[in-house]
Design a protein around this ligand. Structure first.
Ligand SMILES: Cc1cc2nc3c(=O)[nH]c(=O)nc-3n(C[C@H](O)[C@H](O)[C@H](O)COP(=O)(O)OP(=O)(O)OC[C@H]3O[C@@H](n4cnc5c(N)ncnc54)[C@H](O)[C@@H]3O)c2cc1C
Length: 487
């Protein structure tokens, strides 16, 4: 009798409808969640992506026969082993393991990046290399901890003045548009993996023969561009039953009696309302709060209005030559050259195709409203070629054309007040039943793709029998605080 009842309960359980989860955003975080939820049969998933393709900032597109990314993207071997194993299984032989072969410009010299001991010793102007290390080694003694910490004070204490002033301070000013003392100390801990001399030395020494692992100085890269990771995730999610809609911009989220009820989608000219049990958003927090309208208290709307994401213009040059240089990327810390990085996509994928043509991608941090944002493609292309010349890079190849892409949400800006504003938003979102925010934009996190995927996996793990375990999610959120960006 007891067995019959248990069987009946099991049957009831198996026919219990799965919750209807709307995943907002088709970048790695949204796709990862859609895939895990569908594969594990935990929810009926509809994913809504505003753009014409999946992948978000980590997508790829084809230009003149070359697969291009939205700025330099590599899959770091430091990825969680389970996530790496899944990506390897999804991509098979299309996932290449490539040696890193970049250069950074320091004091008018090009040195290998990631840093190598031999290169630091032989290529940097002699006195400069010595003062970098002496200064870093004695930094703690000469830079007492100030009462109010900033990004600048943490790095000065960790690395010393020479390293900070010749590299990190100008580079960060370029990336965020703010000086080192206007940025939060958290940025130093989350964004700079070598933020103190011991950490930096450990990183450099790991490149020595005998100390290095199989993947030291290497990165994973899909043959058909970084976006292939997202495309395969999307295909796997669809196969598992997820419905992925492109060109579907979420414009509204209806919240009533403190619970999400429906979302409003703009698809072309049409507006559609979709009833949902839960909304898992990977949209920028500012977009999420705007979509919630008056349901968000005024204090939340005020905090959201003050949150800033740094934008970026990607300037692409199509050149009539097989290869521009042998290097995958060039890094430009100095402020006199406005771009932060230049990459050559063919070199990432070790591709010789197409013959006689290559593409360069330059990352120009910029915000809507500044001088670069409204410039047209040709003007930006010409400016870029001039900057490359000023850095001593070749200018001999003929430019076939220049084109640009703009990322309005490239980097979350960690100014000194961001934590207070984030906490206001986070408290409100966490209290709305059925609403979850995660991913790079959704948790305002400086993240690599594997971190965004880790958040997606964690979120899916928290949903059991239609109930989201908030305590478990809080524990995962603490883990996310330990994510440190790999460059
Ligand atoms: C220049 C640059 C270089 C990087 N290099 C690396 C690297 O080398 N390695 C690495 O691992 N990571 C790198 N990253 C980070 C990587 O791009 C992110 O970790 C990853 O894209 C985060 O994924 P996500 O899904 O959280 O967010 P996103 O990729 O930003 O995806 C969010 C999605 O939401 C969509 N969306 C926004 N608004 C709406 C709306 N209203 N309705 C519907 N959809 C909407 C967007 O179109 C987007 O597709 C780099 C990032 C940048 C900017």
């Amino acid at each position: 009798m007891a067995d019959a009842q248990a069987l009946a309960e099991m049957r009831l359980e198996s026919v219990k409808p799965r919750p209807k989860v709307a995943v907002l955003g088709g970048g790695p975080a949204g796709l990862g969640a859609a895939w895990r939820l569908s594969t594990e049969g935990k929810a009926a998933v509809d994913l809504f992506e505003a753009g014409p393709r999946v992948g978000g900032n980590a997508a790829s597109f084809e230009a003149d026969g070359v697969m291009c990314d939205f700025g330099s993207h590599r899959l770091h071997p430091a990825s969680d082993p389970k996530i790496l194993a899944d990506i390897k299984a999804l991509l098979g032989d299309d996932l290449l393991l490539r040696p890193r072969h970049g250069r950074i410009r320091l004091k008018d010299s090009w040195i290998h990046f990631p840093l190598k001991p031999i290169d630091l010793a032989t290529r940097l102007p002699t006195g400069f290399a010595a003062s970098l290390f002496i200064d870093a080694a004695t930094a703690k003694l000469r830079a007492p901890k100030p009462e109010i910490e900033t990004f600048g004070s943490v790095l000065l204490g960790g690395l010393g003045r020479t390293m900070c002033e010749s590299f990190y301070f100008p580079y960060m000013k370029k990336l965020w548009g703010l000086g080192p003392d206007d940025l939060a100390p958290t940025l130093a801990r989350r964004r700079v993996s070598g933020s103190s001399l011991p950490k930096l030395l450990a990183k450099i020494l790991r490149s020595l023969p005998g100390l290095k692992s199989e993947t030291t100085g290497k990165f994973y890269y899909p043959r058909r561009g970084f976006g292939a990771i997202s495309e395969r995730l999307a295909a796997a999610a669809r196969e598992a039953g997820a419905n992925i809609r492109l060109n579907a911009r979420v414009e509204g989220i209806e919240i009533a009696d403190n619970r999400v009820r429906s979302i409003e989608i703009k698809d072309g000219a049409a507006i559609e309302r979709v009833k949902v049990d839960a909304v898992w958003s990977t949209l920028p927090l500012t977009t999420l709060v705007r979509a919630a309208g008056d349901a968000a208290p005024e204090s939340v709307r005020t905090a959201a209005n003050a949150m800033r994401y740094r934008g970026m213009i990607l300037v692409y040059l199509v050149l009539e030559t097989d290869q521009y240089t042998e290097f995958d990327a060039h890094y430009f810390p100095e402020l006199s050259i406005p771009i932060s990085r230049l990459s050559e996509p063919k070199n990432y994928a070790a591709s010789a195709e197409p013959e006689g043509l290559t593409v360069l991608c330059a990352e120009l941090p910029s915000d809507p409203g500044d001088a670069y944002w409204p410039m047209d493609d040709d003007a930006l292309g010409c400016a870029l070629y001039a900057w490359l010349g000023a850095a001593g890079l070749p200018q001999s190849a003929k430019i076939k054309r220049a084109f640009t892409r703009r990322l309005p949400f490239a980097y979350p800006v960690y100014d000194r007040d961001f934590e207070r504003r984030f906490a206001t938003l986070d408290d409100w979102i966490s209290g709305v039943e059925g609403l979850l925010t995660f991913g790079r934009q959704g948790l305002f996190a400086h993240d690599n793709t594997h971190h965004a995927l880790a958040m997606a996996y964690a979120a899916a793990d928290c949903l059991e029998a239609g109930v989201f375990d908030k305590t478990k999610w809080s524990r995962y959120r603490e883990e996310f605080q330990t994510h440190v960006v790999e460059d």
